[in-house]
Write a protein that binds this ligand. Structure first.
Ligand SMILES: *Cc1c(COP(=O)(O)O)cnc(C)c1O
Length: 373
């Protein structure tokens, strides 16, 4: 019988063991420790690069606001959910990204699908880096625009595509990430910005994995998240006033979704201030990543993210399991999240890791690699 339950069982059976995904309880113990199945692990698998999500002042800012304004926002922003924490947070985000304005969405995912689907439509072209995040591709699908991909970080390929196809479309949006989520490398923003100007295209950069740094270019649109270096939850778009006004009127993922809880905005605002006032946090996370890549003979880290590519999904899972025996948590990332045969451990470094903890990771990986030979 093709009940929905039976169909789901059949479809799950089509996945092999290394493809199956499971949710598991991960109890936060410290900014860099998780407790899983009754055991504590040192984690190199989070996105809290600056260690701000457990910063007492960041947490307190949220607690105080929750006491006054409650647990939720009660409505979408255009109805009655636009509580007084949004204004200062958006002003701080616009200042941070050097734009006229910013608009906070429920998450980075919602920001990306909202901005891409609102600005682009049928007859337009979206030119995206091969490795951009899934939510940008989902936004492209929703928009009805044509999507073409250029080879990862290959501005020359983007140029070739523009030369061949620009004239067939009305508007063109070039989309990339400042720092790529699964590889930790940086986009050629200067070249892409130049291409955008030369071909009358717009440039959008997703800065989800930025650590608060300034970049050498100012794209037409910044997208970002409040959930990684900023340590909380939510997403944003930063751009000119008219772009933000347009999104306020057209972005369905903003209009038809409840506003963020006031406490969440208050914590993000506090975290943004620490991000700016304490740049040594970003330096520490990047230094850990660079030290790690030097010790393991990998190409020098360009961010707080380092991929340790193993190839097959099985080998990534095996290395992850091996590290667990050393008390280290490093998540295996497998296709389809990453391209076929590039399964990896995605290691992330935080300002809250000590030098000794990074050394423990290095030693554990070296021991695991020796065992594997
Ligand atoms: C994490 C991420 C997002 C989604 O942000 P959330 O706030 O987690 O929804 C968007 N883009 C990129 C590049 C990301 O890594």
């Amino acid at each position: 019988m093709s009940t929905i339950t039976n169909i789901c069982i059949e479809r799950l059976n089509e996945l092999n063991a290394s493809q199956r995904r499971f949710l598991r309880d991960c109890e936060p113990v410290s900014p860099v420790q998780v407790r899983v199945d009754g055991k504590n692990y040192l984690s190199f698998a989070g996105n809290d690069y600056l260690g701000l999500r457990m910063h007492p002042a960041v947490v307190d800012a949220g607690v105080n606001v929750a006491t006054h304004y409650g647990a939720g926002s009660g409505a979408s922003r255009l109805v009655t959910g636009n509580h007084p924490l949004y204004g200062p947070l958006e002003a701080a985000l616009a200042e941070y990204k050097h734009t006229e304005a910013a608009l906070v969405f429920g998450s980075g995912y919602l920001a990306n699908i909202g901005v891409v689907a609102s600005l682009m439509g049928e007859g337009d072209l979206i030119l995206a880096d091969k490795l951009v995040h899934a939510c940008i591709l989902d936004g492209a699908r929703l928009s009805g625009a044509t999507l073409k991909r250029f080879k990862h970080n290959d501005a020359a390929h983007a140029q070739t595509l523009l030369q061949a196809h620009r004239s067939a479309y009305r508007h063109v949006l070039i989309v990339t990430e400042s720092i790529f989520s699964m590889d930790g490398d940086r986009a050629p923003l200067v070249e892409l910005s130049k291409l955008a100007r030369e071909h009358h295209a717009w440039l959008m950069v997703d800065d989800a994995h930025g650590l608060g740094e300034d970049y050498e270019v100012q794209p037409d649109i910044w997208v970002g998240t409040l959930s990684k270096a900023i340590g909380g939850y939510g997403g944003y778009v930063a751009a000119s006033n008219p772009v933000i006004d347009l999104l306020t009127n057209h972005a369905r993922s903003l209009i038809f979704s409840t506003g963020l809880p006031p406490a969440v905005c208050a914590s993000a605002l506090a975290a943004l201030r620490f991000m700016k006032a304490e740049p040594e946090r970003a330096d520490k996370a990047s230094n850990h990543a660079r030290h790690f890549t030097k010790e393991l003979g990998l190409s020098l880290a360009e961010s707080a993210i380092v991929p340790l590519i193993t190839g097959s999904a099985e080998s990534a899972l095996a290395l992850s399991e091996k590290l667990k025996t050393h008390g280290i948590w490093a998540t295996a990332i497998r296709p389809p999240t990453v391209p076929a045969n590039t399964a990896r451990l995605r290691l992330t470094f935080s300002a809250e890791h000590s030098d000794e903890e990074v050394q423990a990771l290095i030693s554990a990986i070296k021991a695991a690699q020796k065992d594997a030979i």
